[in-house]
Design a protein around this ligand. Structure first.
Ligand code: SF4
Length: 200
């Protein structure tokens, strides 16, 4: 069964793809086939209307946020993501995108104008303050270019008026965490330090 939508904690999540431009060393996909009893591996990527049909049966008012996040990078499905997000906004939901920040490279155009007005909040994996170290952790198909594109994406989201935060995982050393904090501060974006398995 394909779990295109699933609940975790208080929130509702949307799982659009298993494709990802990264192969992060800490990715929970490496260790867990299921999250809270939901198998997030897909045999087929959904069309937007399939997801919207499932959402129509849900009382969205009970979720503080609906989040695009699954076992893959949601921006691979930018067209479907925007269509679904637009529907969610029409139902009054608060919509968040969790992303590796490489959506502009993945799609080969600037996706931020499409997110504006449809996504309330974007949470972007910073992972490290240094491009070389980022590449060692993330193993992006775009190499070190991914790091710089991710930072540009974060700045563009913020400039577009989308609530933007960078995240790191608490497996980094204290000195590395402090440098990530400094980097985030330098570009005026909030940094969140999250635990290894955290979908808040
Ligand atoms: S970007 Fe996310 S989904 Fe992709 S490999 Fe890294 S942790 Fe996993």
């Amino acid at each position: 069964m394909n779990n295109y939508i699933y609940e975790y904690g208080q929130k509702l999540y949307i799982n659009l793809t298993n494709r990802c431009s990264n192969r992060c060393s800490f990715c929970i996909r490496n260790n867990l086939d299921e999250l809270n009893g939901h198998n997030l591996w897909l045999s087929k990527e959904p069309e937007a209307q399939e997801v919207i049909s499932s959402l129509e049966k849900k009382d969205l008012s009970k979720y503080p946020e609906v989040v695009f996040c699954g076992y893959g990078e949601p921006t691979y499905r930018i067209e479907q993501l925007v269509e679904i997000a637009h529907y969610l906004k029409s139902r009054g939901a608060k919509v968040r995108l969790d992303t590796n920040g490489q959506g502009n490279l993945i799609n080969n155009y600037d996706i931020v104008p499409k997110l504006k007005g449809n996504i309330d909040k974007v949470s972007i994996s910073l992972n490290h303050y240094d491009a070389q170290e980022y590449d060692k952790i993330c193993l992006s198909v775009f190499g070190e270019q991914a790091f710089y594109a991710m930072l540009e994406f974060a700045k563009a989201c913020k400039n577009a008026g989308i609530e933007t935060r960078l995240t790191i995982v608490d497996v980094l050393k204290e000195e590395e965490i402090n440098k990530c904090k400094q980097l985030a501060q330098n570009i005026g974006i909030d940094l969140e330090i999250r635990s290894y398995i955290d979908k808040n």
